[in-house]
Design a protein around this ligand. Structure first.
Ligand SMILES: Cc1cc2nc3c(=O)[nH]c(=O)nc-3n(C[C@H](O)[C@H](O)[C@H](O)COP(=O)(O)OP(=O)(O)OC[C@H]3O[C@@H](n4cnc5c(N)ncnc54)[C@H](O)[C@@H]3O)c2cc1C
Length: 357
């Protein structure tokens, strides 16, 4: 018998799997890799100050230390580099915003996230920032594909990773365990991103997918920072940048669209006057939820099934903290944080499915 079957190896499944291994748990991971999954398309930004109004992101004081510690530790264990703490620069819209952030430097709530407040334009790039901008601390990007590659290599070396489609119909429920294709597991944890919507066990939860277009472009310089206001410009190798992203709640296709790409170009020209050449269009769908909080926890009827999902547009900063939270629940029986516990939607579980035993 093994302890856990993990379904999906995006950022959620990868981080959780590695933490379970650290705790000495025996796991199997099933994943059907796909270059269009959210984790492969994402820019991987982690940013403590977000939104048009530049507010501190939900639970930043807890999420960010856990995130930095977890990824740095995983880099050592996996002998790979994926955390790039290169910083984010956000132009101010006016002098009032500049003054506001100047004052926040001595405010304990914000000081740890402020590296510097620039009063004048930065010089690396021809940016639309006449009022200067905010250099954010504890910000940068996670190279998610690099993390997934290093993690899958570790799992393969442990004989714990299979590239195959998980077939939910093949699950057989035992008394307090579950069988999948002949192997008995203590628990199954669904880390399957958007495809949780198709699950007969978790499809009743209120997912609200949000599509995003991104673009790979090439410029004339190698940039050192991330620029972000309405849109981000993320440096890559060889003078390339990733530019994104759009937010579409209603969409017919998951492919990149001309409309999405044009929106990016418009926002790009509002942020900077630099010329970039279009190279490649990409799109992905964020596994977001009705209340914009993750969906984590035990199935209401079958305690063998767990979900670790709903990380929306912030998987990089949310996954490590809540992987530790779930781990503590699984190992020590602690309660899962109520803001993310899927049992907040129990009322919507009115139509239990029939599962053969
Ligand atoms: C355009 C865009 C930009 C983004 N930018 C950022 C950003 O800057 N910062 C940030 O933090 N987040 C960003 N995100 C969001 C981020 O990508 C997600 O929060 C995160 O990747 C979700 O990870 P996940 O592991 O839950 O899901 P996924 O990445 O979707 O992974 C799920 C995995 O499960 C596998 N799977 C599903 N069903 C099965 C099955 N039946 N059998 C086998 N395998 C299965 C899938 O193949 C996949 O590998 C962005 C997303 C998009 C689309």
């Amino acid at each position: 018998m093994k302890d856990f079957l993990i379904v999906g190896h995006g950022i959620a499944g990868a981080v959780l799997s590695n933490l379970l291994i650290e705790k000495g748990k025996a796991i199997d991971v099933l994943d059907e890799p796909n270059k269009n999954i959210s984790s492969m398309v994402a820019a991987g930004l982690y940013n403590p100050i977000t939104g048009r109004r530049m507010v501190k992101t939900w639970m930043a004081d807890s999420l960010f230390p856990s995130m930095l510690e977890t990824y740095r530790r995983l880099e050592k264990v996996l002998s790979s580099q994926f955390l790039h703490d290169i910083g984010i620069y956000r132009p101010f819209v006016d002098i009032a915003e500049q003054n506001d952030w100047d004052a926040k430097r001595s405010d304990d709530k914000f000081a740890q996230f402020i590296e510097d407040v620039a009063r004048d334009s930065v010089s690396e790039i021809d940016l639309n920032d006449p009022h200067g901008g905010l250099h954010l601390a504890q910000s940068g990007y996670l190279d998610i594909p690099a993390l997934l590659l290093a993690s899958s290599e570790r799992l393969k070396a442990l004989n714990s990773y299979s590239e195959e489609n998980f077939e939910e119909d093949k699950l057989e429920i035992g008394d307090d365990t579950v069988f999948y294709k002949g192997t008995e597991y203590g628990r199954v944890i669904y880390c399957n991103g958007l495809r949780a919507q198709e699950s007969k066990h978790f499809g009743w939860l209120p997912f609200r997918p949000v599509k995003g277009d991104v673009m790979i472009m090439s410029g004339e310089k190698d940039l050192k920072k991330i620029y972000n206001r309405g849109i981000f410009i993320l440096p890559r190798k060889n003078r390339e940048v990733k530019v994104g992203s759009t937010y579409q709640n209603h969409f017919e296709s998951i492919e990149p669209t001309e409309k999405g790409q044009n929106e990016l170009l418009e926002k790009l020209s509002a942020l900077c006057h630099e010329s970039f050449e279009r190279k490649e269009a990409l799109a992905g769908v964020r596994p977001a939820t009705k209340d914009r909080r993750p969906l984590i926890g035990k199935h209401p009827e079958y305690g063998q099934f767990y979900l670790f999902n709903g990380f929306g547009s912030k998987g990089v900063s949310l996954v490590p903290y809540f992987a530790h939270d779930l781990l503590s629940h699984l190992i020590h029986g602690t309660e899962i944080n109520e803001d993310v516990n899927l049992n907040r939607y129990l009322k919507e579980y009115s139509n239990p499915v029939n599962i053969s035993r």
